[in-house]
Design a protein. Structure first.
Lengths: 116, 118
């Protein structure tokens, strides 16, 4: 079975450019997460969707960041304009949320973003 | 607020030695879930185990074992007869349970970098 698929795997962009990261969750999963990993802050949750609806975006750093989930099989994380401090690995993850909680969250391979 | 502490930043052991990675957590919930993930040098995050707060039985999977002790709020991970392929960063994580939205969020520890020396 295909896991969480992210693209691009690596991106180098210039400061001020728009960056769009894409994610395809595991088929049948109804929760989707965007995490960011940096040396300074470790792994932190940016935003969480359930059934395509954003539930918690309290981790989104600022207005330059936006995320959408137009359907159950696709999500984007956009940074506009990008800044060097946005350089990080961005992980998309998904899970199947049932009546029980503590469902296992599966991660994609990450998108390595460098803003120069 | 929930918190996960992995006090060991880096550990190096010689191949075939046993090694234990420590994880201490804080939560006000009585029902919660604990996880371990592995991040090999290639960068992906690989799920290893999930444990709920009601199940304190130790778990063994091949060379891996986990010791969950609610009394000390710890969920330690032991690798027996370590191998070079075990070299990775290992993350412990916590999610709180409940019916409300947001309870699936994982709070991660800072990770332990394990290096197995051949």
């Amino acid at each position: 079975d295909a896991g969480v698929i992210q693209s691009p795997r690596h991106e180098v962009t210039e400061m001020g450019q728009e960056v769009t990261l894409r994610c395809k969750p595991i088929s049948g999963h109804n929760s989707l997460f965007w995490y960011r990993q940096t040396m300074m802050r470790g792994l932190e949750l940016l935003i969480y969707f359930n059934n395509n609806v954003p539930i918690d975006d309290s981790g989104m750093p600022e207005d330059r960041f936006s995320a959408k989930m137009p359907n159950a099989s696709f999500s984007t994380l956009k940074i506009q304009p990008s800044e060097p401090r946005d350089s990080a690995v961005y992980f998309c993850a998904s899970s199947l949320r049932t009546l029980s909680s503590g469902n296992t969250i599966y991660f994609g391979e990450g998108s390595w973003l460098t803003v120069v | 607020a929930q918190k996960v502490t992995q006090a060991q930043t880096e550990i190096s052991v010689v191949e075939k030695e046993d090694v234990t990675l420590d994880c201490v957590y804080e939560t006000r919930d009585t029902t919660y879930y604990l996880f371990w993930y592995k991040q090999p040098p290639s960068g992906e995050l690989v799920f290893l185990i999930r444990r709920n707060s009601f199940d304190e039985q130790n778990e063994i999977s091949g060379r891996y074992s986990w010791n969950f002790q609610k009394s000390t709020s710890s969920f330690n991970f032991t690798i027996t007869a370590s191998q070079v392929v075990d070299s990775a960063v290992y993350f412990c994580a916590l999610s709180e349970a409940g019916w409300g939205f947001g309870n699936e969020k994982l709070t991660f520890g800072t990770g332990t970098r394990l290096t197995i020396i051949p």
